[in-house]
Design a protein around this ligand. Structure first.
Ligand code: NAD
Length: 256
C-alpha cells in the first residue's frame, strides 16, 4: 500500500517509533530512522522487511539538525511523504521542584521538534498533494497527571499543533492527526516502573500492576504494534478524510 512512499519517523531507534517504522515498512514504505542508542539493530529489522532504510542522527532539540535531517531524506529518497513526530522524553517532579533545563528539553524535544519537522516537510507534501503527518502525543495531550508538568504541557501543545496543521491543509491531500497512547511498556515507561518499585520496596510485577491500576482500566499495556497499525490506517485511503483527530489508544484511561 505504501510502496514508493518515504516515511521519516523521529525517535525510531526504540519503542513506539520503531514499532511504527516497522509497520510502515511492512506496507512498503522506505524509512528514515532517527534517534539515539543502537542504530544497526533497528536498521537491520527494517531492511529485513524488504524496503530501503537510512538513518540520520539529528538531535530533535536542535532546529538546524532537524533541517539537515529533512535535507538528508530529500537527498536519499526525494522527500518525505509520511512524517511521524515521535521522539520524546519524560521527567517526573512537582512544578516547584521541576529543573528548568528538563522543562526546556521536554518542550524542545516533545513539542517544538514537531513544529520544526512539520514546517520543513509540508512544502514537499503540498507540492505532491499527498502527505501524512502523524504526531505521537499521549493521553497526556488530553488529560493531566501530577508531576508531569512539562510533558503534559508539551503533549497538549502537540494536540493543538495537530489541529491547526490539519485545518490549514484541509482542502488538500495532506492530513495531520495525533495518536494518544496510554501506557506502553517501552524504556521510557520501564524507568517509571523501576522508580515505583524502588521507592516502595515492591517487586517489578507489583509496581507494574499498580501503575496500570492507577490509570488504565484494561490493565494492559498498549503495544508498539497496535500503534503501528493505527499509523498505517491514517496512511491508508480510508484515512483520507480523517483530519485533526487526537485518537487515544489507552485501555479506557480517558473514558473515565
Ligand atoms: P523510548 O524511550 O523507547 O523511545 C524514545 C525515542 O526517542 C528513542 O529512539 C530515543 O533515542 C529518541 N530520542 C530521545 N531524545 C531524542 C532527541 N533529543 N533527538 C532524537 N531522538 C531522541 O520511548 P517511547 O515510549 O517509545 O516514546 C516514544 C513517544 O511516545 C514519545 O513521544 C512519548 O512521549 C510517547 N508516548 C509514550 C508512552 C508510553 O507509555 N511509553 C505513552 C504515550 C506517549
Amino acid at each position: 500500500m505504501l510502496k514508493g512512499k518515504t516515511a521519516l519517523v523521529t525517535g525510531s531507534t526504540s519503542g513506539i517509533g520503531l514499532g511504527i517504522a516497522k509497520a510502515l515498512a511492512a506496507q512498503g514504505a522506505n524509512i528514515v530512522l532517527n534517534g539515539f542508542g543502537d542504530v544497526e539493530g533497528p536498521k537491520a529489522e527494517i531492511a529485513a522487511l524488504g524496503v530501503q532504510v537510512t538513518y540520520h542522527g539529528a538531535d530533535m532539540s536542535k532546529p538546524a539538525e532537524i533541517a539537515a535531517m529533512i535535507e538528508h531524506a530529500k537527498a536519499t529518497f526525494g522527500g518525505v511523504d509520511i512524517l511521524v513526530n515521535n521522539a520524546g522524553i519524560q521527567h517526573v517532579a512537582r512544578v516547584e521542584n521541576f529543573p528548568i533545563e528538563k522543562w526546556d528539553a521536554i518542550i524542545a524535544i516533545n513539542m517544538s521538534s514537531a513544529f520544526h519537522a512539520t514546517r520543513l516537510a509540508l512544502p514537499g507534501m503540498q507540492a505532491k498533494n499527498w502527505g501524512r503527518i502523524i504526531n505521537v502525543a499521549s493521553v497526556h495531550g488530553l488529560v493531566g497527571s501530577a508531576e508531569k508538568s512539562a510533558y503534559v504541557a508539551a503533549k497538549h501543545g502537540v494536540v493543538g499543533l495537530t489541529k491547526v496543521t490539519a485545518l490549514e491543509n484541509a482542502t488538500t491531500g495532506v492530513t495531520c492527526n495525533a495518536i494518544c497512547p496510554g501506557w506502553v511498556l517501552t524504556p521510557l515507561v520501564q524507568k517509571q516502573v523501576d522508580a515505583k518499585a524502588a521507592a516502595q520496596g515492591i517487586s517489578n510485577a507489583d509496581a507494574t500492576k499498580q501503575l496500570l491500576g492507577e490509570k488504565e482500566p484494561s490493565m494492559q499495556f498498549t503495544t508498539p504494534e497496535e500503534l503501528g497499525a493505527l499509523a498505517v490506517f491514517f496512511c491508508s485511503p480510508a484515512g483520507d478524510n480523517v483530519r485533526g483527530v487526537a485518537w487515544n489508544m489507552d485501555g479506557g484511561w480517558t473514558a473515565q
